[in-house]
Ligand binder design. Structure first.
Ligand SMILES: *[C@@H]1O[C@H](CO)[C@@H](O)[C@H](O)[C@H]1NC(C)=O
Ligand SMILES: *[C@@H]1O[C@H](CO)[C@@H](O)[C@H](O)[C@H]1NC(C)=O
Length: 454
C-alpha cells in the first residue's frame, strides 16, 4: 500500500456517535486497522530516537556534567587532575569517506521507490534525506578533527575549569602536562582543550614512543591482536547471523530499494547517519531514518565486538597494556603527594587507550565472553559509552584535613560522571587507591617481545 494512503488513515475522525457503546464498538472496529498502520515509524517526530552509535557517538549524547556531578568531600581540596581523552569528533577515514560518498546516491533510489509507492518511510523522512546538503568536508577531511570535535574538547576543559577554578587558574610552566599522541586530531584536540582552559599553555611535542600508548610499540600486540584477522572473527561471524541478515533485509524493504545492499553499503549508510548527527547542536541526522532502533542495535553490536577483541577483554594483552597507563596515574599522584607533581595531566589519544584503561580497571566486564553467535542485549561492554568521541577518564586527587590529620582521596569520573564501583561511594582513600594501583607498577610487558614503532 502506498504510504501516502496509509497516512490518510491517521486523520482523527470526528466522533459524533451518541451512544457510548456504539462509540466503543465503532472505535474497536475502525481503530484496529489504524493501530496496525500506526506501526509505520516516522523518524523525524519519534521523540527519542536511538542514539548509541558505538565508536562514532558524539560526546554530547553520552556525557554527564562535571560541574553537577563533582563529588565534594568536606575538608578536602582538589590538588591534581589526571585525565585521558579520546580525540574529539573527527571526519571519517579515507576508506569510509569513499564508501559514504558513493552511498549518498542511495537517496535517489529511495526517492524513486517513494514515488512508486514502494517505500514505507514517512514522507517527511524521505524529504529530509533528499534535501540533506552534502558537506564536502565530510568526505575530504579524512580523520581530522571536526568543528564539533573542537567544541567537545573545548567545552570539557571549560566545565573542568568552572569546577576547579583554583586548581586551573594561573598554571605555571612545570604544573601541567598536555600530551597528545602522534596524530593531527590528537594534537588539535589538545589545543581545543587548552583553549577551553583559557590560558596560554604549551602542548608537548608529539612523541612516537609514548608511555600512554604502550600498544603502539608492542610488537606482539600488533601481530597477534591489532593486525590479526582472528581479532575480527566474532564480528564477521555476527555479520553472517540471521539477526544481521534480517536487519539488512528490513532496511532494504522499508526503503524499497531495488539495488541489493552490500555490507559496505549498510556500513556507509550507518556512517552517514552517525557522522552527520550533531550532538553539540542537538540535530538528528536525517540519514538515521533508514534504520529502526533495532537495526541500529545490531550495527552497534558489530562494533562492540570489534572493540572487545581489539582493545578490551577479548584479548588478554589489552588489560596488561592498560596496567602501564594506570601505573602512570599512580606515579603522577605520588609525585603530587611528594610535592613536585602537576596540577593537571591530560593525555589525548584514541579509543584503544581508553578501552585498555577501562579493562585494566575491570569496568564494563561481562561474566560471559562476547560472541558473534549471540548478542547479549544486557551486556556491560558498550562502545558508545566507553569510546564515544571525546570519551574521557578523569581521576581527581584531593588533599584532606580530617581531625587534624592530612590524608588524600581519589575520585574517578567517566565522561564527567563519577565511577562509583572502584571504591565505596566512588571515593578512594589514599591507602585503598595505592593498594589497588601498586601492582600495576610491576607490570611486565616482555610478552611484546619486539618493538614495533609505527
Ligand atoms: C555498494 O557497495 C559496493 C561495494 O560493496 C560498491 O561497489 C557500490 O558502489 C555501493 N553502492 C552504493 C550506492 O554506495
Ligand atoms: C621506544 O620504547 C622501546 C621499549 O620501551 C625502546 O626499546 C625503544 O628504544 C624506544 N624508542 C625510542 C625511539 O625512544
Amino acid at each position: 500500500m502506498p504510504s501516502r494512503l496509509r497516512l490518510v488513515a491517521f486523520r482523527p475522525r470526528p466522533l459524533l456517535v451518541t451512544s457510548i457503546i456504539m462509540q466503543s464498538v465503532f472505535i474497536f472496529f475502525i481503530c484496529l486497522p489504524v493501530v496496525i498502520v500506526n506501526s509505520l515509524f516516522c523518524f523525524w517526530n519519534s521523540g527519542c530516537p536511538y542514539r548509541h552509535f558505538s565508536t562514532k557517538t558524539p560526546y554530547n549524547l553520552v556525557r554527564g556534567d562535571i560541574r553537577d556531578s563533582v563529588i565534594k568531600v568536606k575538608g578536602c581540596t582538589a590538588v591534581s587532575i589526571w585525565s585521558l581523552y579520546r580525540h574529539g569528533k573527527r571526519y571519517p577515514n579515507k576508506h569510509s569517506a569513499h564508501l559514504m560518498e558513493n552511498a549518498v546516491a542511495i537517496r535517489n533510489h529511495i526517492a524513486d521507490s517513494f514515488e512508486n509507492g514502494k517505500c514505507s518511510l514517512c514522507a517527511q523522512d524521505v524529504d529530509n534525506v533528499i534535501n540533506w546538503k552534502v558537506d564536502h568536508r565530510l568526505f575530504k577531511g579524512i580523520t581530522e578533527l571536526t568543528d564539533e570535535g573542537y567544541r567537545e574538547m573545548y567545552s570539557i576543559a571549560n566545565r573542568l575549569k568552572a569546577t576547579f577554578p583554583d586548581l586551573l587558574t594561573n598554571l605555571k610552566e612545570n604544573e601541567f602536562t598536555f600530551r597528545p599522541t602522534a596524530d593531527d586530531r590528537m594534537e588539535e584536540s589538545a589545543q581545543a582543550f587548552v583553549d577551553g582552559i583559557g590560558e596560554r599553555l604549551s602542548i608537548e611535542q608529539l612523541k612516537v614512543n609514548d608511555s600512554i600508548t604502550p600498544y603502539t610499540s608492542c610488537g606482539k600486540y600488533g601481530s597477534e591482536v591489532k593486525d590479526n584477522p582472528k581479532t575480527f572473527e566474532e564480528s564477521s561471524k555476527y555479520q553472517k547471523s540471521s539477526e544481521y541478515l534480517a536487519m539488512k533485509d528490513r532496511i532494504q524493504r522499508r526503503a524499497g530499494l531495488d539495488i541489493k545492499l552490500t555490507d559496505d553499503n549498510v556500513t556507509a549508510l550507518y556512517d552517514l547517519c552517525r557522522y552527520t548527527w550533531s550532538g553539540i547542536d542537538s540535530i538528528a541526522s536525517p540519514w538515521c531514518a533508514v534504520f529502526t532502533s533495532e537495526d541500529l542495535q545490531v550495527l552497534e553490536y558489530v562494533e562492540d565486538l570489534n572493540q572487545y577483541y581489539k582493545s578490551g577483554y577479548g584479548s588478554p594483552m589489552n588489560e596488561l597494556l592498560g596496567h602501564i597507563i594506570l601505573a602512570d596515574l599512580l606515579k603522577s599522584f605520588q609525585q603530587v603527594k611528594n610535592g613536585n607533581g602537576k596540577r593537571i595531566t591530560a593525555y589525548f589519544s584514541e579509543s584503544t587507550t581508553i578501552d585498555m584503561t577501562l579493562s585494566a580497571l575491570g569496568l564494563f566486564k561481562d561474566k560471559d565472553v562476547l560472541r558473534g553467535s549471540q548478542r547479549n542485549r544486557d551486556r556491560k561492554w558498550r562502545s558508545f559509552k566507553q569510546s564515544s568521541f571525546s570519551a574521557n577518564i578523569m581521576a581527581v586527587l584531593s588533599r584532606c584535613y580530617l581531625n587534624g590529620n592530612e590524608d588524600y582521596t581519589v575520585v574517578f569520573y567517566l565522561n564527567e560522571e563519577p565511577i562509583k564501583s572502584i571504591c565505596l561511594e566512588g571515593i578512594c582513600p589514599w591507602k585503598e587507591f595505592e593498594d589497588k594501583f601498586k601492582p600495576f607498577l610491576d607490570t611486565n610487558i616482555d610478552f611484546c617481545e619486539f618493538n614495533a614503532i609505527r
